[in-house]
Write a protein that binds this ligand. Sequence first.
Ligand code: ZN
Length: 374
Amino acid sequence: MKIWEVPGQAHAVRILRDAVEHDQVGHAWAFSGPPDVGQRGLARSLAAALNCEVAVAGCGTCSSCARTLRGAHPAYWEFAPTGAAHRVGEVRDSWMRVASRTSNEGRYKVLRIVDADRMNEAAANAFLKVLEEPPEHTVWILELADPEELPDTVLSRCRVVRAAPWGRDTMMQVAGGAPLTVDQELAVRASMGAPVRLHTLLTDQGRADLHRHRCIPRELRERNQGFALIAARELDEEMKRAVAEIQEEAKRELAELQHVYGDSAPKDVVRQVEQRTTRREREVKTIVAQTALDDLAGWYRDVLMVRCGGDPADALHADDDEGLRADAAALSERALLRSLETIFVRREEMEFNVQMSLAVEALLMDLATLALEG
Ligand SMILES: [Zn+2]
């Protein structure tokens, strides 16, 4: 990434740059807004600027800037919850220890707390003590999807900046800028404002997955119930692939740590990466399954719209006009509504500890029955 180039966040960038240029950075910021809209870019840009040796607002290219922007600088830290919440042990043993450790590089230490609204009460109380007596030259960045989740006592000690949700303009910019190709346009529409989903859909693999998901209703109809099992197995493969990607990412992260510290990477930080990886491996299966269900629901909704006389050009899946018309001709309104209902019920069940592969299989069998009834 390039310093201060954060799509859709011009407002936040202006505030942060201004604070750096006027030497008014303070010791705590809260970025409030939906997850993954550019908080990482904002945090890394701020950290790079604070430690740049070349330019006041950061040059973006010196060794210090380059490493910070990659997230591999000894004065820049990112902490994501390793379980459902940030716990008091993590605040004391990781965050506070890192904040008080002297680093041999960088004037400012910047600590980015991902999902800071997931601090439990004990963690928030421990953290409040830090904010009441902030260590010098330490800047905390708290990311909050829901600022109300954090005690006022903590929030009132932070300068709040809004990280704006992505509108269509930002989505288009990230997708490649106007005019969009058919594939980019589909990615923008089908991601429905979700940045992470957009990035996935802009890859060949992500697009191939989406295409496979939306063909499921037709295949169920044409290839009978047995296809439900094939589709379930394919989704299973998709989950395994996602888990493997997370493991690769963790390997890269640990390699970066080793690069920064040689063999003496702080054990608590290494452990954090490992624990977070375990959590994400668990989470990602649910995310993959739910995403597939969202794709399916989006498709069924489009088909229903076309079936009721709507224009396929207004559909999310406007690029597959033929497929939409074919499914609209084959499936009754009742079958479509019941399919959607089944998807929503199963999707909600997945929030709890269900066996993901079995849940997907059961759903596909239900959809097959509805498809065959027509
Ligand atoms: Zn620099």
